[in-house]
Design a protein. Structure first.
Length: 225
């Protein structure tokens, strides 16, 4: 019998995400501690990379705070074994892809890492490989401390990182065409470009002259006199 109510798509079903659990994860002491450490260390660690460096440190800290902590961890390799067996069934990994809010969140979580990592180091393949290794390690750790580890989360995190790497690559290509560096190299004095000549070291000459020793005249100086 039809009731006249339309069924919502699975990803918009409010019951798929337990807000109490999400709030408990966000407010547990270990998570809050990591978040505060991330905020405190983002500038000292990432400032040499400019804006992209600081934002990358913040994104990495958020990922670690949300995924590596637990209230009462119990250490067991049983969860790790179940997690690794999940890779033996590829069909289960792609079944219901991005079909819940939790899985969508797993995709979104790794997008900033892909974006800011690529803008910072300009090595898309290396950044993507690093993100895959990171999510695999995180899920292994979750299985070991008693949290639910799912091989499908690795897939969703990887897709998010790939999206971020792709967006950053497109951004870099677009800004390079217009001669704009974008976020790369902002506030980075160590980056040498065509419009930013390298600063000379003390005693170093401009054209083909090595460091001049104190008290020793250079032959060119005699010609000037």
């Amino acid at each position: 019998m039809r009731t006249g109510r339309k069924r919502r798509p699975p990803c918009f079903d409010p019951g798929m995400v337990n807000t109490e659990i999400a709030w408990a994860v966000a407010t547990r002491p270990a998570t809050l501690t990591l978040m505060l450490l991330t905020i405190a260390l983002a500038w000292p660690i990432g400032r040499r990379g400019g804006a992209a460096g600081v934002l990358f440190v913040l994104a990495l800290g958020i990922v670690l705070a949300a995924t590596t902590t637990g209230y009462l961890p119990y250490f067991s390799f049983g969860g790790v074994d179940r997690y690794l067996h999940g890779f033996a069934h590829p069909g289960r990994l792609v079944h219901g892809f991005a079909g819940t809010r939790e899985r969508l969140a797993n995709i979104v979580l790794f997008v900033p890492l892909g974006v800011f990592g690529t803008l910072l180091w300009r090595r898309p393949l290396l950044i993507l490989t690093g993100c895959v290794a990171l999510t695999f390690t995180i899920e292994t750790w979750q299985g070991y401390i008693g949290r639910t580890a799912d091989a499908a989360d690795v897939l969703h995190n990887t897709v998010g990182a790939a999206v971020g790497v792709g967006l950053a690559t497109l951004w870099s290509a677009a800004t390079a065409d217009h001669g704009q560096p974008g976020l790369i190299g902002v506030d980075r004095p160590d980056v040498v470009g065509p419009e930013q000549p390298r600063k000379l070291l003390p005693g170093e000459e401009v054209i083909g002259r090595g460091p001049q020793q104190p008290g020793i005249d250079h032959p060119d100086d005699e010609q000037r006199h």
